[in-house]
Ligand binder design. Structure first.
Ligand code: 13P
Ligand code: SF4
Length: 330
């Protein structure tokens, strides 16, 4: 099909119209993560967390997936939908957490722990997923860990804060890779404390990748801090809680882009970032201009080597099965 290349437009509305026209012409679906820029979220067909985006990528009938997120997410879409064209509007949109472990480092770790079950957070490259038994996201990590028989040794990578959170909620001891996301690790417990002092009635919504999660949960369980609910959950879980909770003010400990979605779903409520500096520069690389350009040029594409994809797919499929409540032994 031939698609006319239009000259550079200037206004926001012209860009939005151009994206809408190209989406129709290409039979494309636009998937956006909760951290995307507001104008990108607003043109998306679906906005959600890593698990929701994977489910959408697996089930779409579109020919083209425009992935407004970061590279590992687009790779996951390409693994789940090998017959679709997956566009990532800026190939440099990486992830500091995914960069903390390579497939070779994981192979070496496995050599040190023969027989261990490997659980990799979705924020990893396709090559790392291919070396793993299970994938997990922040939505289903607890269920994945609980599904593994008690007598099996577990290697969990790459996020140390999510790993510590999982050890606490499941009571399982695991070997945890010492990786972190620079955005979430940068949200200090002291910042959270300062916000709580200013807004004692606010509910806390915390992403498990946060450096403040472990200390906050420890202090809550020891009775050191009390007050309204503290909810540790995925980005989509945070959005849902914000809409459903009876509270009117929330301290949001994750990337600030999520507040756009919360504000849309609950305009009468107040959402305060735990840290104004919690901005993921990689997520913000995806702009409306780049979304339009990628649809126009059908570039840049994300593809995964079929042999790597087949091995990574097993780990992702086991995660999806656990999410559906099925048994998925490694
Ligand atoms: P979610 O799966 O909770 O959306 O998290 C993804 C992510 O990259 C968090 O930084
Ligand atoms: Fe990666 Fe952190 Fe950005 Fe999420 S917020 S995409 S974990 S760098």
């Amino acid at each position: 099909m031939t698609v006319a290349i239009t000259p550079q437009t200037t206004t926001r509305q012209e860009l939005v119209d151009r994206v809408a026209r190209l989406r129709r012409e290409r039979n494309a679906v636009i998937l956006a993560h909760n951290y995307q820029l507001p104008e990108v979220q607003d043109v998306a067909d679906y906005v959600g967390d890593s698990l929701g985006l994977s489910q959408q990528a697996a089930s779409t009938s579109a020919d083209v997936i425009v992935f407004c997120g970061v590279h590992f997410m687009a790779e996951t879409a390409a693994i789940l939908s090998p017959d679709k064209t997956v566009l990532l509007p800026d190939l440099d949109a990486g992830c500091s957490l995914a960069a903390t472990i390579t497939a070779e480092q994981l192979r070496e770790w496995k050599r040190q722990h023969p027989g261990a079950v490997v659980v990799s957070y979705v924020n990893t490259t396709a090559e790392v997923k291919a070396e793993s038994d299970y994938c997990c996201t922040s939505s289903n990590a607890e269920a994945v860990i609980r599904s593994i028989p008690e007598d099996r040794e577990i290697l969990f990578c790459p996020d140390m804060f999510l790993g510590a959170h999982l050890e606490r909620v499941t009571g399982r001891r695991m070997h945890v890779w010492m990786g972190e996301c620079h955005v979430h690790a940068g949200i200090e417990p002291q910042q959270l404390d300062a916000e709580r002092r200013l807004h004692p009635d606010a509910e806390l919504l915390i992403h498990p990748e946060c450096g403040c999660t472990s200390s906050t949960m420890y202090r809550m369980s020891s009775g050191d801090i009390g007050g309204p609910a503290t909810v540790v959950t995925s980005t989509e879980g945070m959005v849902r809680r914000a809409a459903a909770s009876p509270a009117s003010t929330f301290i949001v400990a994750t990337e600030v882009g999520i507040i756009h979605r919360m504000q849309q779903l609950a305009p009468q409520k107040r959402f305060l970032p735990a840290s104004d500096a919690a901005v993921c520069g990689y997520m913000k690389m995806i702009t409306l201009e780049k979304v339009a350009a990628s649809l126009e040029r059908m570039q840049p594409r994300v593809t995964v080597d079929p042999a790597v994809a087949a091995r990574a797919r097993r780990a992702i499929d086991r995660m999806m099965a656990v999410s559906r409540g099925e048994v998925a032994a490694a």
